[in-house]
Design a protein around this ligand. Structure first.
Ligand code: IMP
Ligand code: MG
Length: 179
């Protein structure tokens, strides 16, 4: 059985591609003449950051940070910085690239942290947004797709480090949780 047969597709790869092209176009127009610097959040946002960067038609930097707050399908509410960004962001127009905003804890913390490093601006671009789960009012400047309160995997998103490799966004069923 192929992976495609086992998982319910929530957002297909063509749909992802089209939306990421649109976001890239919008960001290219909004940041023209500025010092755009993408900061992708590892590990979940790695495929999204790479594809978004390719869809952006103006010069920009790409860097990554790594944070952790999740264990299984539950947020711990505490955010840990596992890896700092390599490049200085002083006077840069930082755009945080995140896979998903759920409670808002991670993004809120990250915006606050990056703001202490002297950037000219900090905005956010999230592929997925679960507005029903929000606890902390983190800024969502660009959103790929609002989604229902489902635990999703694929295209970088994991459940216990599994399913990141799926080329589409899929919904995790109780059967997969038991695997
Ligand atoms: P927040 O801090 O609650 O907003 O959670 C954000 C982080 O939790 C994201 O960066 C993801 O790594 C993870 N996360 C939240 N919801 C999901 C999901 O449905 N699938 C996989 N990871 C998720
Ligand atoms: Mg993440």
């Amino acid at each position: 059985m192929r992976a495609q047969d086992e998982f319910k597709v929530v957002i297909g790869s063509e749909e992802l591609k089209t939306r990421i092209q649109e976001l890239g176009g919008q960001i290219s127009r909004d940041y023209r003449g500025r010092n755009l610097h993408l900061v992708g959040v590892l590990r979940g946002a790695l495929p999204f950051t790479r594809d978004l960067s390719r869809a952006i038609a103006i010069p920009h930097g790409v860097d990554y940070v790594s944070v952790a707050s999740y264990s299984g399908t539950r947020t711990t509410g505490r955010v840990q910085l596992r890896m700092r960004a390599r490049d200085p962001i002083l006077a840069k127009d930082v755009l945080i690239v995140e896979d998903i905003i759920d409670t808002g804890t991670t993004l809120d913390w990250l915006v606050g942290y990056l703001q202490t490093l002297g950037p000219r601006s900090v905005k956010t671009c999230c592929l997925l947004d679960k507005p029903a789960r929000r606890k902390v009012p983190a800024p969502t400047d660009y959103v790929g797709f609002p989604i229902d309160d489902l635990f999703v995997v694929g295209y970088g998103l994991d459940y216990q480090e599994k399913f990141r490799e799926l080329p589409y966004i899929s919904c995790l069923s109780p059967r997969e949780v038991l695997m």
